[in-house]
Design a protein around this ligand. Structure first.
Ligand code: UDP
Ligand code: MG
Length: 308
């Protein structure tokens, strides 16, 4: 019989965990498959883990994974995927902002041959102006630099076993779930959804944590910032040429201050040579960075059905 796993990352969700795990399990339940719900406690400092334990004791479909401290949602998702045994694995937020009612449709699309089913935000729900602008800036920059368009994508996804295995097998330690699943390139179906209001408590991300997350994700997928120094060097070189020529002309006209031309030319030459050299080092560094990440050069189609 097919088995479906649902992975739920949780950080300080004691107010909602018991109720929401049951709601998620109820929506994902069907007589056509067995179900397991993996609740990953990402080092909550409240009673979340105790609640997961009692939920697991009263419901054999629920299992818990417990972290020593808060390692972040990405780590929690990875731990859940590694723990999952299902033929398909669904990742969903605990706060019901990802509507669990979509799960049966996701499973249906998976059964019809899609190795990835993604719930895509039709709108971003109610959020502040600053958060909205920030998100838009991030997705635009990410798209430009990584050439992967993930605007509107969320972590609410169904992954076939083959996709889960590909994801787990990546040697990267710093991960961006949404970006990497898109990078892996499996055929995917999209289901639009409206982001619901969070029922209890606020977002577990503060602005600083989000900014760090954004910078990490962009640098994980693009070495443009490193390479851009070469362009700065080239610009410096051109500007330097102009300033240098002007100094030489002034010298020839006799209007230059004594010794000034030599100092000018020396500064221009050394700074542009330094800039270009840094850029070259940046290029090598980015090659090393790419090699270290160890992303495979290709991913193979997993099923005969998975053809475009
Ligand atoms: N979460 C987590 N670790 C963290 C932060 C959040 O596991 O360090 C979980 C959280 O419990 C929730 C999901 O990730 O199930 C999404 O978090 P949240 O609702 O705070 O994010 P937002 O909806 O604002 O993107
Ligand atoms: Mg949320």
């Amino acid at each position: 019989m097919t088995m479906i796993s649902v992975v739920v990352p949780l950080y300080n969700e004691e107010a909602i965990v018991t109720r929401n795990l049951q709601i998620i399990a109820r929506e994902a339940e069907s007589e056509n498959h067995t179900l397991e719900v993996i609740a990953v406690n990402d080092g909550s400092t409240d009673g979340t883990w105790a609640q997961i334990c009692s939920a697991a004791a009263s419901d054999s479909r629920i299992r818990g994974v417990n972290f020593t401290r808060n390692f972040g949602k990405e780590a929690a998702i990875l731990a859940g995927l590694m723990e999952a045994r299902g033929d398909a694995v669904i990742v969903i937020d605990a706060d019901l902002q990802h509507p669990p009612a979509l799960i049966p449709e996701m499973i249906g699309l998976w059964k019809s041959g899609f190795p990835v089913v993604e719930a895509v935000k039709a709108s971003r729900g109610r959020e502040g102006l600053a958060s909205g602008l920030f998100a838009r800036a991030f997705y635009t920059l990410f798209h430009r630099l990584s050439e992967l368009d993930i605007a509107g994508h969320s972590d609410f996804k169904l992954l076939d076993r083959a996709v889960v295995q590909t994801y787990i097998n990546l040697p990267e330690r710093n991960r961006f779930f949404r970006g990497l699943i898109h990078w892996a390139g499996f055929r995917s179906a999209h289901i639009p959804f409206e982001v619901a209001e969070r029922d209890v408590g606020g977002s577990k991300w503060n602005k600083l944590k989000l900014l760090k997350y954004a910078v990490n994700n962009i640098t994980m997928f693009s070495s443009f910032p490193l390479k851009s120094i070469t362009w700065l060097g080239a610009l410096m070189f051109i500007l330097g040429g102009i300033v240098g020529a002007m100094s030489l002309i002034q010298k020839a006209e006799g209007s230059a201050l004594d010794g000034f031309t030599t100092v000018n030319l020396l500064i221009i030459m050394t700074s542009s040579i330094l800039m270009v050299s840094l850029g070259i080092i940046g290029h090598y560094l980015s090659r090393i960075y790419d090699e270290i990440k160890g992303r495979p050069p290709f991913v193979r189609v997993s099923h005969e059905k998975d053809v475009r």
